[in-house]
Write a protein that binds this ligand. Structure first.
Ligand code: GAL
Length: 334
């Protein structure tokens, strides 16, 4: 008898991941409660559409109905906490949360732990202390340092090949402005730091003219850029932006002023970002693989709900984190 108990315990430890040791009764339907920090964020919207497609793919492949209950927290942590409560009362099998305040995921975690419902966080990374509270918490995102190094690298590569394509007036200095995302977001600080460091390390003679926080938003970035263009006329050669939407805001301001000769670089590879890249308004971006990003969210959430282990092709770091791959996309790349 005791031997059987030991074998069961070993098996439970081996299965780990989303199983609680015993396979739950086979379900015929999975209900996922998904809350977005802001439904009007372009990148998040892109991820949302792929999530919907991947859920349909999962349904087709596994013959299990997947119900997505997608809610917009509209930038309010309080609203999101209420949404989580509602998801739990509706009997959701798993929660997929894009936290409003990544420093304050504790209320969500408390509710989920009490109800025994696993949580797949994405895009806004809760602090480690919170993530370590339970072994049924996961995080999916992109590695912020990797993104930034790739962003810097694309300009370094271009400068090495054709210095005048970056140092537009050929005076040996590349004057740049910087557009930053939300201050409390893990991506803003790290992207800024490593993007600039990579440019310096790569030998691009950069000099900062000015910079500002535009909270990922196109309209805020556009207003800042308009102001900088009037304060520093004929000076700026490069706009380094923490995301595509703010890069597009800078491009809007350039278009209003009728300026065509300036390099603008972003991050995300959003749908409007890729259109601007195609037309040459955006020099380059670092694009996260959204197919994989969303696939892992759906597969991980579904395996949690089904009491199964995550498919081997999606290895989790420390059994908790998945980092989606990313690539440099540059206008007119050969
Ligand atoms: C970043 C992304 C931004 C914005 C933000 C929201 O990773 O680059 O465009 O979507 O997440 O948390």
């Amino acid at each position: 008898m005791w031997k059987r108990a030991v074998i069961c315990m070993l098996l439970a430890a081996f299965l780990g991941g989303c199983t609680k040791g015993q396979k739950e009764e086979q379900k015929t339907e999975i209900r996922m409660g998904i809350s977005l920090y802001r439904g009007d964020d372009t990148f998040i919207n892109n991820i949302r559409s792929v999530l919907e497609t991947k859920a349909k793919d999962y349904e087709r492949e596994h013959g299990i109905k997947v119900i997505l209950d997608i809610q917009d927290a509209k930038g309010s942590q309080n609203t999101q906490n209420n949404q989580v409560e509602r998801f739990i009362s509706l009997g959701c099998d798993v929660l997929c949360i894009n936290p409003v305040d990544r420093m304050d995921a504790s209320v969500i975690i408390d509710k989920a732990m009490t109800a025994g419902v696993p949580v797949v966080f994405f895009n806004r990374q809760p602090v480690e202390e919170d993530m370590n509270r339970w072994d049924r918490l996961y995080y999916i995102g992109v590695d912020a340092k990797e993104t930034a190094v790739l962003q810097g690298q694309m300009v370094v590569n271009l400068y090495r090949k054709e210095p005048l394509a970056v140092d537009l007036n050929g005076d040996g200095v590349v004057n740049y402005v910087l557009l930053e995302g939300e201050t409390s977001h893990q991506d803003s600080l790290i992207r800024t730091e490593w993007s600039i460091q990579t440019l310096k390390d790569g030998g691009v003679p950069i000099e900062k003219i000015t910079g500002g926080i535009a909270n990922w938003e196109r309209s805020q970035a556009s207003a800042l850029m308009e102001q900088w263009l009037s304060e520093y006329p004929d000076t700026i050669e490069l706009v380094v932006s923490n995301n595509d939407d703010m890069a597009l805001g800078a491009i809007d301001a350039l278009e209003r002023e009728g300026i065509r000769e300036m390099n603008v670089i972003g991050i995300d590879g959003t749908t409007p970002g890729l259109e601007a890249l195609e037309s040459g308004k955006l020099l380059g971006t670092v694009s996260a693989n959204k197919e994989l990003y969303a696939s892992v969210i759906v597969e991980l959430a579904a395996s949690c709900a089904m009491g199964e282990v995550l498919p081997k092709e999606y290895p989790l770091e420390d059994g908790t984190y998945y980092w989606a791959p990313q690539e440099i996309l540059i206008h007119n790349a050969e």
